[in-house]
Each structure stands twice: as structure tokens, then as C-alpha cells.
Design a protein around this ligand. Sequence first.
Ligand code: PHE
Length: 457
Amino acid sequence: MAGTSKELPNFTSRIAFILVTAGAAVGLGNVWGFPYVAGKNGGGGFMLIYLLALTFVATPVLMAELLLGRMGRASPPTAMRKLQLEARRPEPWSVIMWAGLVGSILILSFYSVIAGQALFYGFEAMVESFHGWTSEEIIAFDAGYKSDIVLMAFWSAVFVGLTALIVSADVTKGIELAGKWLTPVLFVLLVIIVVYSSIYGDMPAALNFLFGFDHLVLTPGVFLEAVGQAFFTISVGVGGIMMYGAYMGNNVNLPKAVTWIVLMDLGVAILAGLAIFPLVFGEGVDAAAGPGLIFITLPIVFAKITGGGIISVLFFVLLAFAAITSSISLLSPTVARLEEAGWKRAHAAWVMSIIAFFLSFLTVLSFNEWSEFYPLAFLGFDGLTAFSLIREGVSNILLPLVGVACAIIVGWRIKKERIMAALPMQETKLFQVWYFCLRFIVPMAITALFINAVFGG
Ligand code: PHE
């Protein structure tokens, strides 16, 4: 096998590993995904289900993927190949991670378009400030941006370029340094905005939307949405986490580290809700989903409130930071694989970024020229643009499939003694719960997810 002899670098400390990996998990999804999904699906009731999904489905997979990375100590496909040979199993495990790697570049392609818009808005907020704009002006501004292919491509390129720049450097000087600094700064910015929101916004309305039990709707769809969101939010299933596992030192206590990472991810999601919704409700604007929430609803609010000029700059900087610590994790596994094939790190980072940049046109065009072009309509996926197909296909199909494969490999295909020795862990209650989740809960939850997707419409 190519280049496996070269030793991988390690993150320099446990805390660095935790911050960098938490940074990979915390991303655009925490800010525009979670708060809205939680509020829409019934606040407190959804929160409980989400916590269950996060604890018993997504977190066990996170730990499995990190562990596989550390056991294989190579890029994800190579690591899996090594482990497969060691376990003497006939299935081609590396193929699973090749699929994950394709997913990572596809996510990077649409992530850079959304994050590019955040950079552009941050820049605008700084030089022009949204303060005093009318709602119509903001709606027109968003529409204007989305119809300008060159401008969109430019800001997407800036974002992938920044990602490439960080990943080009040695792991400890690029990825580690970025995660170690940007993740704490992001927390601080978020807390500042939450404090501001509780002063100037309607905090009780936001708390009720996010945690209230009065509008609980319990359907299978809600349960599955919780599982889907839990998977996406902690970034499992594309190899980025496995790669960081390969850079993780042997001194890292996995259950402890995983607990921190998940708590930080959850914390940011909840804080993002407490930053955004008090302002939205305080101004009496309707809560929206996805990019509409951050590129239309929020600027409308920023335009009206005291101090909105500064807060909008902080908010878009925060969003860009959240995105970049995730995008570097998306680029890292393919770059490591190319390094194994003898490429220079910087060379690999730029080539993969350029590929992601070209793919990002599928998303850019979905907002204008192709906004009514549904590539897979003939297969019954009517109404889904190229962007929606990539986003939903990767998050709802590829990510859970790779995730469940990792769970099955750790739970069923590698010997239990080998897993216990690699953790290392005795057969404690904690171990038993984790192992049971990997063997039964995760496969069952994912199967239910797919059955619902196929038959539930
Ligand atoms: N977890 C990221 C978010 O919440 C998304 C992501 C998924 C990033 C997979 C990397 C890999 O936005």
C-alpha cells in the first residue's frame, strides 16, 4: 500500500484534540439547522428526543469512528484497509470510506457557497452596516447576491481558498492552530450575542419556542428528524472525524473526550437558538428555516435594533469561524490520502479545493439559472435542485450509511477484545452500553430512518 510507512503527526495535546474536533462538529448546521428544527418540531419534546438520539445513536458512532481512525492511523480508506486485513474479513472496508470521502468533497462544495455568503455579509456589515435598511432592501440584497453568479463564485472561492491555506500547512500548524483558536473565540462571540439578545430581544418567547412543551407533536417523522440532525451535527460519516482520530494521541481518554465534544456541539446549538430567536421574536418577524433565517430574517432584525451594526459583524464572523473549522475537517482526509500517494500536502490541498470549487457551481447555479431545474425529477425527486439533491443526499443517505457501517464494523466485525484493548477500556457498564448501541440501536435506528424515507414520503 502506498506510503503507509510514513508516521502521521499527532495533535499536540488532549485539549487541542478536543477543541479541533469540536470545531469540526460545530458548523453551519448548529446555527441554521438545529434551532429551527427544534422549534418547529415542538420545542422541549423534540429536545428530549434529540438528546436520546444524540446520546444513543450519534455519539456511539462518533466514538467508533474516532477509534477506527486511531487504530488504523492513516487516511480513512487506508486505515480501514489495514483493519480489514488485520481482522481477516472478506468485505472491502476501504470502499466505505471512499464513499465517505466523496461525501466530504460534496459537502465542502455546498458548504463553501453558504459560508461564502456569510463572508460576504460579514464584509458588507463591516463596510456598510445593515443598520437602517428596510426589509425590502434586505430581501433585494439577498436576491441580488443569489442572482450574481460571479460574485457568489468569488466568495465561495475565498472560503475554499482559506480552507486550502489552513490545510496546506502541517497538521499541528494548520488544522490544530485554527481549531484551537477559532473554537474558543466562537464561543465567546456567541455568548456576547446571547447576552445582547436577552437584553434587547424577547427571551421568554425564544425559551418557549425552544424548550416549551405546549406544542409537542410526536410522530415517527419527528423522531427521525432528530436522528438525522444528530448525525449531521457531529460530522460523522465522511471520514473527517476518522482522520482526526488518526491524529489523536494515545493518551486521549475517548469516552471523556467524546463527552466534551458532544456537549460543546450541543451547547453551541442551544446558544445559537438563544442568540437568534429572542431577536427574531422581539421584532415580531416569523422564524424561518435554513439560509433564509441567517441571510434574510436576521439582517432584517439587525437593521432595526440598537447596536445591530456591531452585532451583525460579530454574528457573521462567528458563522464564518464555525464553517471554517468544519471545512478543514472535510478537506483533511482526501489530502492525507493523496499524501500517502506521494503528493505534497499543499499541492493536494489546493487540487482538492479547486475540485470542490468547481463542484460548488452546482450549488451556485441552483440559486439562479438552475433554480427550477430538477436533475433527478425523472426518478421521482421532483422539486429538488442540484443543491438540495447534494445536501439531502449526502446528509440523509450517505452519512448515515457510512456511520452505520462504522458501527457494524466496530460492533460485529472486529473482535471485542481488540476493541477493548484499543480504547483501552475494561468491560464496564459504560462500555457495555456503548457496545450495545453500536450493535443494535444504531443499525435499528438507521434502518428505521430509511424505511421512513422510502415509505413515509
Ligand atoms: N457538523 C457540521 C454542521 O453541523 C456539518 C458537517 C458534516 C461538517 C460532516 C463536516 C462533516 O454544520
